[in-house]
Design a protein around this ligand. Structure first.
Ligand code: SF4
Length: 312
């Protein structure tokens, strides 16, 4: 039984204009071993009981009791796949959805998962039980480059399989949020990183349009998780994390597609200072502030004002 019943992470943010409660529950660790990821180090080696997961849910709602009615989005994960019922049990999901009804203004319920766990009966059950107007699943597709995704990043995420899951989402009216990594290849130049991220966004846009699936892009400037296996390769390659300017360039290039883009600006304390964009000599925090504003408002003008400073 857990002594500490707080989840791994909990916090507030404004996600595309919505007040969002973000929670990452402590469960058995993710069984995949993507080369760039060290999230599993924060999870349990063993199964965490349904009772202990429920205690964490209880703890979170207790913690935010005074503002629970103000949240418009709930983003829940477990550093892996919250739809994996062997880790986040069915009873725990039911309890989470029941407690989420206290969020009287809830618009979006966002659940982070691998595509393997996207199954119509599971989603239908969630859709029946949630009070949110929009259900969303957040998936780390990362890059449309199959070799990069599966051989370098070791995602083991088959494109056809992913596409079938996006079709299920479209059929059920569930939105997809997809992580897109900016410059994930150890040998990528800045230019190649931006080009690849834009290609990935274009691919996701086309796929989701085809299946009538709502889409949000969650852009992640790659950070080097110090204890990840990819970190060694990146060190040998002399890899530098992307410039913050490249994030702005990616957003501007993808902007004509009209897809909401949120950028993750935090390395979750998994990288040292040279392993993320803010450790670069050319880091300029004006750009970070612009991205933070864009995350909240999606107003392109906060980024366009710097257009002249973004050339390579
Ligand atoms: S990226 Fe996701 S699927 Fe891969 S190891 Fe990390 S948590 Fe698991």
């Amino acid at each position: 039984m857990l002594k500490d019943i707080a989840p791994i992470y909990h916090g507030k943010r404004t996600f595309l204009g919505l007040k969002d409660l973000v929670v990452s529950f402590y469960t058995e660790k993710c069984q995949f071993s993507c080369s760039f990821c060290d999230l599993s180090s924060r999870s349990s080696e063993e199964s965490v009981s349904e009772e202990d997961v429920i205690k964490q849910i209880h703890w979170v709602f207790d913690q935010y009791v005074d503002e629970i009615q103000q949240f418009q989005q709930l983003s829940a994960g477990n550093e892996g796949s919250i739809l994996d019922r062997n880790r986040f049990f069915e009873g725990a999901m039911e309890y989470l959805l029941e407690r989420a009804k206290e969020m009287s203004q809830l618009q979006v319920l966002s659940l982070e998962t691998r595509p393997e766990y996207i199954r119509a009966p599971v989603l239908e059950d969630i859709l029946r039980k949630t009070n949110a107007k929009q259900a969303d699943v957040t998936v780390g597709f990362e890059t449309q480059d199959d070799v990069l995704r599966n051989e370098v990043l070791n995602k083991r995420m088959n494109r056809n399989h992913f596409e079938r899951k996006v079709e299920i989402l479209g059929d059920l009216g569930v939105r997809l949020t997809s992580y897109v990594m900016l410059k994930p290849g150890p040998y990528m130049s800045e230019e190649e990183g931006v080009t690849e991220a834009v290609k990935t966004i274009e691919y996701l846009h086309e796929l989701c349009t085809h299946h009538n699936t709502g889409l949000v892009i969650y852009l992640n400037p790659t950070y080097v998780a110090s204890k990840s296996s990819l970190a060694r390769t990146m060190k040998k390659a002399g890899y530098k994390p992307p410039k913050i300017q490249s994030v702005l360039r990616t957003i501007l290039s993808a902007q004509p597609l009209g897809i909401p883009i949120y950028t993750g600006l935090w390395c979750e304390n998994l990288a040292d200072e040279t392993g993320e964009f803010s450790g670069r000599d050319d880091y300029d925090k004006r750009f970070r502030n612009a991205i933070k504003q864009f995350n909240k408002t999606q107003d392109p003008n906060v980024i366009k004002q710097y257009q002249d400073l973004l050339q390579e």
